[in-house]
Design a protein around this ligand. Structure first.
Ligand SMILES: [Zn+2]
Length: 201
């Protein structure tokens, strides 16, 4: 199918979004041009504005349009416990769970030497600097449960092993509501090896 140049450019631009392939990009483009021109303009302005103003928090590397993000500025949060995550979206998931009230550090990815992503690219020096200005009691490493996420967790552990801070890793195991028959072998092995004492209520 041959589209005019501007339409081709729009379709091609939309394909940079995660989960959007050529067909979806085409559908989105037609929708914006045929039915949602005002919304398209609003979207274009919002993207431009966000690109111009949103950057990384100087302290925790979360996305923000101020020097420090609202998590770092919120003094009601527990300043002695830090959770390290790979991406800003992970912070949102933890916040939505409502089970964590400490502070964060966002790596912005994981170690991946083959892709040229080393410690500098995931902010390890900023993280070590962060430690000098905070009296932390505990650091929770909440990187993803992937090969790269695990390697990143071990690398971070190595960097802080001489500091007097309790280091923990989020547990892996059988998901809530999950049935054993549908859990993969690796997850089940992990769940068994990290079993916890259980008592009658
Ligand atoms: Zn911050």
């Amino acid at each position: 199918m041959h589209f005019c140049k501007s339409l081709e450019a729009l379709i091609s631009a939309l394909k940079c979004l995660p989960g959007v392939g050529p067909k979806t990009a085409e559908r989105m483009s037609f929708h914006l041009l045929e039915r949602e021109r005002a919304g398209a303009l609003y979207l274009a302005d919002a993207i431009k504005e966000a690109l111009a103003t949103v950057k990384h928090c100087e302290q925790c590397r979360m996305l923000t349009d101020e020097a420090l993000c609202h998590f770092c500025l919120d003094k009601k949060r527990d300043q002695n416990i830090l959770c390290i995550v790979e991406n800003p979206a992970d912070v949102l998931v933890l916040e939505q769970s409502g089970c964590y009230r400490g502070i964060y550090f966002v790596l912005g990815g994981h170690l991946s030497p083959l892709d040229g992503i080393g410690p500098d690219e995931i902010g390890i020096s900023e993280f070590l600097h962060f430690l000098t200005s905070h009296a932390l009691h505990e650091i929770i490493i909440a990187t993803n449960s992937t090969v790269e996420g695990e390697a990143t967790a071990y690398y971070i552990a190595e960097q802080i092993k001489d500091k007097n801070i309790t280091l923990t890793r989020i547990a892996q195991g059988v998901p809530r509501g999950g049935e054993l028959a549908f859990v993969d072998g690796g997850t089940l092995t992990e769940a068994l090896s990290r079993r916890v004492p259980f008592e009658a209520a």
